[in-house]
Design a protein around this ligand. Sequence first.
Ligand SMILES: [Mn+2]
Length: 418
Amino acid sequence: MAKSTTFIHASDLHLGAAFRGVRDLSPVWADRMLKSIPDAYRQFIDYALTESIDFVIISGDVFDSSHPSYADFCLFCDGLAKLGEANIPVYYCTGNHDPFTMWIHDYGDLPDNVFMFDPNEASFFVFEKDGEPLVVLGGRSYYNQTWPAGQDISEGISRETALRESPDAPFCVGVIHTGLDIDPTRSPVKPKELLKRHMDYWACGHIHHVELVPERDPSIAFAGCIQGRDIHETGPHGVLKVTLRQNMPADITFLPTAQVVWERIEVDVASCTTISDIQEAITTQQFERNADSQCQNMLCRITLTGATPLHRELSTRVLEDLRLVINDRYPFFFIDAIVNDTRAQLDRKALEKEGLFPAVYLSTMAHLANDKTEGLTYIEQQFADRDLPVPHFQRHFEELCSQAETLVLDLLNEKTNK
Ligand SMILES: [Mn+2]
């Protein structure tokens, strides 16, 4: 009979992460954020207890700091002990945020059901079910906060080495904390190299969103963090429930754990004629986005876009009032900032017809945007003349030209309207 195994792959719990910045805006939401990581962790443990799994993998960065608080250590251990009572083993590697040297000796031992991979070399554990070996897990922990350049964290972990531990085990799983080829600063590994090792699944940590490689029939997976910590970690966050069956692709299901979801929302206000229309447009978009997010609490940053006659009305004061009014109305949503990226409505045809300065400016810009090489050379020369490093703007050249044109026309327009 074909064998199978089901486990939960979690990573990047970041217990103890501080939510700096939110407290200045709202103590209520700062408290909600502080509770969000412990609650996301409890949700992950609940899944592990209720989803009929064989074991749990945690691929590093359990703690946000290399010196976690004793309270966070106890929180971690309480969850692990619950898994222990249910006979669920946990296979765990440390990451760059919670390296092996820093906390392991100070606070006490982890419960007996927890197996930590060695930071000095590849190490292996065998998971047995009904008295027979089912999975060999091979992994390596971070020893320090940095991984030595030129050393391969996955070295020595392959189907071949894993099966030396237990030749009859049908499944082999790797556990590492790595930037893969996405973040070359953290123990990078080429995906091609990992795929050559013929493991059934690589449970990876470090990238804070779900990433499956290759996209079809993935055997390398990042579970992402369990709770987004700031506006750079938008969207749902959770853990992966993975089922491996012999000669079948891995079956991977996302289980949400985030208690608050961060979102960036662009709201096109071109059709709004009053500030209260804008308020309604923002609220509509908030509800639409929330419907997809599998999480009630949503912290969002709004960017207003589009050409609108209200462009000049949207002062910092008005935007702040708008933010406070909307935040007061819906207790489950919070806007941390409203960014004004709208532009004035300009009648380009009329400007060109007038033949005054704006017309000359528009034709110069059209010429510049058409000849990318000349434009780039000119801009690079301007940076060089000022001894400034040249930023990587080549790919965004057209976008920058359009933004520059809008900005200048806006400024001209403001001057003439004063
Ligand atoms: Mn991390």
